[in-house]
Design a protein around this ligand. Structure first.
Ligand SMILES: [Zn+2]
Length: 278
């Protein structure tokens, strides 16, 4: 499955909307040629060579059903669809890969650690919901095996297993206090391997509390020519459930040099740590 295409769905729909505004009722370019098998005519019986836009996913495939993707002629006269194969293999987990944190919507297979009286997952969630948006870094399943999945904010709010929840800002503040705060806290939360700074030098932590933060990177729409996967190996990003005053989702970034409080664009893909309800 092409996850990257999926992420572009919203923008593509916006573009298609614009095309329809421009294209409906247009004159069309008379032509004897048809491109891609389409033979539709415009409203005034002229035909033209279809100029197809990009395929975009209209129904995402799941582990139990195939999906559909659609493309439209840029002149707005016709669309065509094709099937996207049902998801299979490691992406679906069931009956498959062991030790997937969040498998089947439970935390049974997840590592856990208690910090300041609160039980946290000690690894990033790696559960593929049947709905919602999530990605493996670079769309590479092996990255999900290492870092867990990157979820958009809406999906992150619902992905924690039964009996667990997405932490809020106060939960992260309590974690901060319980681990000593300040610059040293960051070293105590990072795993003892896998981290490099921007110079490519080792920047591992001491993992004093078994939190084992990994630099899973982010899938971000922060750049106009994006979205991009970036920062794997040097930064980790986690959602909180708290909404900021600017409407963004509050998030926590652990980078090679410190912990940063930031706001994620809700479509961005970030890692998820859940905490126990009690
Ligand atoms: Zn056309």
């Amino acid at each position: 499955m092409n996850f990257f295409t999926f992420t572009k769905l919203k923008r593509t729909l916006l573009m298609l909307t614009a095309v329809f505004w421009l294209g409906c009722g247009g004159d069309g370019n008379p032509s004897n040629n048809n491109n891609g098998g389409g033979t539709d005519s415009t409203g005034n019986n002229t035909t033209h060579t279809h100029t197809w836009g990009e395929w975009s996913i209209t129904t995402a495939p799941t582990c139990t059903a195939s999906g559909v993707e659609t493309r439209s002629c840029t002149q707005g006269d016709t669309t065509e669809t094709r099937e996207i194969p049902q998801l299979t293999g490691a992406a679906c987990y069931y009956g498959g890969a062991p030790n997937i944190c969040g498998k089947d919507g439970t935390a049974d297979s997840c590592k856990k650690t208690e910090i300041g009286g609160v039980t946290w997952l000690a690894e990033n969630l790696n559960y593929l919901l049947e709905s919602g948006n999530s990605w493996c870094y670079d769309n590479d399943e092996t990255n999900c095996d290492i870092y867990g999945r990157l979820y958009d904010w809406e999906t992150a709010k619902t992905v924690c297993p039964t009996g667990w929840r997405l932490p809020d800002t106060a939960d992260w503040n309590r974690l901060d206090e319980a681990t000593g705060g300040g610059g040293s806290r960051n070293e105590k939360l990072k795993s003892t391997s896998g981290w490099k700074n921007s110079y490519g030098e080792s920047a591992n932590g001491t993992d004093d509390f078994g939190f084992s933060a990994l630099p899973g990177g982010v899938f971000t729409y922060a750049f106009t020519d994006g979205p991009f996967f970036q920062m794997k190996g040097s930064q980790g990003y986690w959602w909180t459930i708290t909404e900021r005053s600017d409407g963004r989702g509050d998030s926590r970034y652990i980078v090679a040099i410190g912990l940063i409080i930031g706001g994620g664009i809700s479509d961005d893909g970030l890692s998820v740590r859940c905490i126990a309800d009690n």
